[in-house]
Design a protein around this ligand. Structure first.
Ligand SMILES: NC(=O)C1=CN([C@@H]2O[C@H](COP(=O)(O)OP(=O)(O)OC[C@H]3O[C@@H](n4cnc5c(N)ncnc54)[C@H](O)[C@@H]3O)[C@@H](O)[C@H]2O)C=CC1
Ligand SMILES: O=C(CO)COP(=O)(O)O
Length: 414
């Protein structure tokens, strides 16, 4: 017989080993700082700021009608929310509203009748203020320009639930999405923002294949609302409080997916791919730790979960870019014909900068991916160089912990 799962866990477990705050703690009691990674401390959680609890029949605006935006529109439309899917292409809007089909993504799929396409102009303030939820499914490199326009449309005292699903780091600034939001819309909006990340190919969600994701925010109530909005028997949401670690995980795994694809494209087999995944995870954790994220976050769905998924499937655009490079195609041709964004290509540039700024020395895979993408190094040479590296310890976390995260948290007043 199975044991009951309703028994109260020991106090230490209920509080968590990570310094979680209890509601009963008096303000004079010292905070239980058992864990030093800046971005993880849950006492930084903020009060809820968005206007409603979006349980059912919420009005949801999805910005970006690509693979993932369309898929999430379908997921929410399917759960009886009223979804407005913004596309910047007029023909996509017209085709969708006359056929309930998307002309570019999943063209054979009939989408939920609860979805209406809007665009090509960005919705105005009046429209946005009627929304309970605004979800951004816009590639990272284009997010800033859209937020700059949308900022004036947000009523800061009555924000909709704001959700971001992009997985990348901005070129030129090395900014995470949190910083892009803070720069364009202010720190209060950044603190309220929620991030969804994890192993979740769009087309599999539409086919209702069991899927799990991380849902994180500095504002606990906003993460809970987002999880409640998305949670379904085929779609599990696990909440958390390390948006910096989750963002880094989602962005970095794309770079290692390119490396895994290169290896497969060159004809290497399972051992090599497993090596890249595992050493990739070690590199991701080093970069994340140096940044100030919790190393534990990299062991979660957004970290190893998504790394494993994208490094081992040709459904991944990033893996596909790597594989085609390994087979000898040119990057320009691959990007022109891919038909969809591969965030790892731009993120590889930002990661290179970040590695330098953080002084992280042991990221040879990320360095080789950059050199193949941007310096004309052949994939064969990259692999040979990796195999000829001197022997080293398997795991060494960097000694300097947390500067960029501390700076960001200070800026957010957390
Ligand atoms: N496809 C997937 O399975 C998943 C994707 N993601 C992430 O979601 C984000 C979006 O990915 P996809 O929808 O798959 O990409 P996609 O390439 O299929 O679609 C991108 C969308 O962005 C729009 N867009 C392009 N330039 C724009 C601009 N300047 N301003 C506004 N919109 C613009 C395009 O019109 C298109 O609708 C990426 O960061 C990706 O890493 C996350 C999880 C899963
Ligand atoms: O992030 C993804 C699934 O979790 C999608 O990966 P690609 O962008 O490589 O297709």
């Amino acid at each position: 017989m199975q044991k009951s799962v309703t028994a109260t866990p020991p106090r230490a477990l209920r509080l968590g080993t990570l310094g979680l705050r209890t509601r009963s703690r008096s303000p004079s009691t010292p905070r239980p700082r058992r864990y030093s990674f800046a971005a993880l401390d849950s006492f930084r959680y903020q009060m809820a700021t968005s206007k409603v609890q979006p349980e059912s029949n919420s009005k949801v605006l999805i910005l970006g009608a690509g693979n993932f935006g369309s898929c999430l529109a379908e997921h929410l439309g399917d759960s009886d929310h009223r979804v407005f899917l913004w596309a910047r292409e007029e023909d996509v809007v017209k085709h969708f509203n006359s056929t309930q089909k998307h002309s570019k993504y999943l063209p054979d799929h009939t989408f939920s009748k609860n979805i209406v396409a809007v665009g090509p102009e960005l919705p105005d303030g009046t429209f946005i203020n009627e929304m309970d939820v605004v979800l951004f499914a816009i590639p990272t490199q284009f997010l800033r320009q859209n937020l700059e326009i949308l900022n004036s449309s947000f009523d800061k005292g009555k924000l909709p639930l704001l959700i971001f699903v992009n997985k990348g780091i901005e070129i030129g600034t090395d900014a995470l999405t949190l910083e892009i939001i803070a720069d364009t819309c202010g720190v209060e909006v950044a603190k309220a923002a929620t991030f969804i990340s994890g192993p979740s190919f769009a087309k599999e969600i539409v086919r209702r294949k069991p899927t799990s994701v991380s849902v994180v925010s500095f504002t606990e109530a906003e993460a809970n609302k987002t999880a409640a909005l998305f949670h379904q028997p085929h779609f599990r949401c696990y909440t958390g409080s390390d948006p910096i670690g989750v963002e880094l995980s989602g962005a970095l795994k794309n770079v290692y997916a390119i490396a895994a694809g290169m290896s497969d494209g060159l004809g290497y087999e399972n051992n090599t791919r497993a090596m890249i995944i595992t050493r990739g995870l070690a590199e991701m954790t080093c970069i994340g730790t140096a940044y100030g994220a919790s190393p534990l976050t990299f062991l979660g769905l957004a970290g190893v979960g998504d790394l494993f998924l994208t490094c081992s499937s040709s459904s991944s655009r990033n893996y596909t870019v790597g594989k085609r490079l390994g087979q000898g195609e040119q990057l320009d041709t691959i990007i022109e014909t891919l038909g969809s964004v591969a965030e790892g290509v731009s993120t590889a540039k930002s990661v290179r900068e970040l590695i330098r700024k953080l002084g992280v020395v042991n990221c040879p895979i990320a360095e080789r991916v950059y050199e193949v993408l941007y310096e004309g190094k052949s994939t064969n040479t990259a692999v040979t160089e990796l195999m000829l590296l001197p022997q080293s310890r398997e795991l060494t976390l960097p000694p300097t912990i947390g500067k960029p995260a501390e700076k960001l948290l200070q800026r957010l007043g957390l």
